[in-house]
Design a protein around this ligand. Sequence first.
Ligand code: AMP
Ligand code: ZN
Ligand code: FE
Ligand code: FE
Length: 272
Amino acid sequence: MQRFADLHTHTIRSDGDYTPRELVDRAVAAGIGILAISDHDNLEAIAEVDGYARDKRLALIAATELSCQFDGIDVHILAYGIALDHAELNRRLESFRLTRDRRGELMVERLADHGVTVSIDRVREIAGSGSLGRPHVAKALVEAGVTSSIEEAFREYLREGRPGWVDKERFRVDEAVELVRRAGGLTSIAHPSLYPDHRRLVPRLLDEGIDGIEIMHPDVGGDDRHHYARLAAERGKITTGGSDDHGQGGRKTIGEVRVPESMIGAILERVS
Ligand code: AMP
Ligand code: ZN
Ligand code: FE
Ligand code: FE
């Protein structure tokens, strides 16, 4: 029987709400048979639930979502089938996590300069062991009553150009592609239609050596899905998909995107 995959999900090891085990349970309940946990800059969840997922007959794919920059644009690249113990990859991810923590301090300082008080200790507590990011600062802002929603926190304070915005360290695209390749993995352009002028940008990203395009994603509409499926076929690239589930508050939910197993053979080959 054909299985269905969700290749784009987050847990508390980055900015999702669910523990790795909860995510596995939800995947199984949603009828997903193949799951990639793709936390930002963090691989911990995968090893954590390796045995647990196996007991539930859920196939796990090692993954991560890397923030890259290309021509000043923030591009997210998904990596699949990487070796979890790859030293260089782990060193780079560790360094990104440290700079994310420092960035959290800077965001809190900038907000304070603007008369908005949130405590860095509370932001760190909310982030827990996960890669500290803007969603954690957003939650602290809501908790402190500064904004009434996460969306508003992003819109008023955390988006580029707003008072709490601090840029973060990113990979160059070619550097990310090379590193993932050395770690034995494949890369895919996450949510392609979210980038400015994306129909021009995506072909150039493929020129950098990215292996595929995430054609199935809640933010990729039907026209773009067909467009990018055709582009991937023309260029001999793979296609991927996933829900980008971040947890309870989000509108993206595991099970919403169901990628047929037959679409992701190249990735499955690297895992089994
Ligand atoms: P960071 O990597 O710390 O810059 O945070 C980026 C993350 O914030 C993304 O992966 C999304 O999960 C989340 N995010 C970005 N924009 C918004 C928004 N407008 N509302 C809610 N979450 C957002
Ligand atoms: Zn995220
Ligand atoms: Fe993303
Ligand atoms: Fe994501």
